[in-house]
Design a protein around this ligand. Structure first.
Ligand SMILES: [Zn+2]
Length: 322
């Protein structure tokens, strides 16, 4: 196949685009601002215009492409090609995304949610090494995830498979935006890490610059917590240990259930790198039975921001088999 694929990563502030070859190598990349005004009604027309503009620039035709794939926030109906409930885009009513993009560009279009496509990207060209069994967890403002089992992305009956952020790890823990308690997201997201720090600061009596900053009402980020831990702040180490304990617990249970080749950690919090990975892995080993412990690896994501466009583009590869 010499035809190309287009990947779109639609977010609340920017829309990222990439043209890739069928092997998944990015050949062109660009982005535009997301205009969420007027109930997000400009978003899809802006996408169409930007694709057509760039095809003109590169002297390419619709028939040079197998298809377009897109990752989006919100609730996706993959069969209908529609999205609803993407609040950071102001999409509260049903959006006929596929119909508008196929009509506007003349190229076939596939869509899935943003966490799922990031998982597909890391699995295909990143830490997943194109293995058929890979779990991806993104530790950002929230915690998202995607599960690829036996080569297929799992969706579940209502499209909720892979919502790893809402795995209960602490039944008496913090309240979650989903309405229940102790979800992984309340602890291991960027905001969760700070929440854990605030909670533990109440009981911690020793010397710690991080605790002093929290008690002083300063704005503390999860990055600050990890940096303090890496410079041996004893309180910060305690916070990181707790965050990694719950992450390791969730990863352990995912490992025991799915036995993937790897569980890949991505998103802003994973910028803490090996410091985070090793600690999660230690708890993962504690919570897994021997065969899983030996065959499932805990890894760090490798693609950063490109995971979204690469995974999105891979959705279009299915068209080639039609
Ligand atoms: Zn939740």
């Amino acid at each position: 196949m010499t035809k190309k694929i287009i990947g779109i990563d639609l977010g609340g502030t920017t829309v990222k685009f990439a043209i890739l070859n069928a092997a998944g190598d990015i050949q062109q990349k660009w982005s535009i601002d997301t205009n969420i005004l007027d109930d997000g009604s400009h978003i899809v027309p802006d996408i169409v215009e930007s694709i057509n503009h760039h095809l003109g620039l590169y002297d390419m035709q619709p028939q040079d492409f197998v298809g377009i794939g897109m990752g989006t926030p919100g609730s996706v109906d993959r069969q209908a090609g529609t999205v609803i409930g993407a609040y950071n885009l102001n999409w509260t009513t049903l959006q006929n995304v596929r119909q508008q993009i196929e009509t506007g560009t003349g190229i076939r279009f596939a869509i899935d949610n943003d966490a799922n496509v990031a998982a597909l990207g890391e699995r295909w060209k990143g830490a997943g090494e194109n293995n058929p069994d890979v779990v991806f967890i993104t530790l950002g403002t929230g915690v998202g995830g995607g599960i690829i089992a036996e080569g297929k992305l799992l969706h579940g009956v209502a499209g909720c498979a892979g919502e790893i952020g809402h795995v209960t790890v602490d039944p008496n823990g913090f309240e979650c935006t989903c309405g229940k308690r102790g979800c992984l997201e309340t602890i291991s997201s960027a905001t969760g890490v700070v929440r854990v720090a605030r909670q533990l600061a109440e009981e911690y009596a020793g010397d710690s610059q991080l605790k002093a900053n929290l008690d002083d009402g300063q704005a503390v980020t999860s990055k600050d917590v990890f940096e303090a831990a890496q410079s041996d702040d004893p309180f910060a180490l305690m916070v990181v240990d707790r965050v990694c304990f719950f992450l390791g617990l969730a990863c352990g249970n995912l490992g025991n259930t799915l036995n993937p080749a790897s569980i890949v950690l991505g998103g802003g919090v994973s910028a803490a790198g090996e410091f985070l990975r090793v600690r999660v892995e230690n708890y993962f080993k504690e919570f897994t039975f021997p065969q899983v412990r030996e065959s499932t690896q805990i890894k760090l994501a490798q693609l950063g921001n490109d995971a979204g466009v690469i995974g999105a583009a891979s959705l279009a590869l299915d068209f080639d088999q039609d």
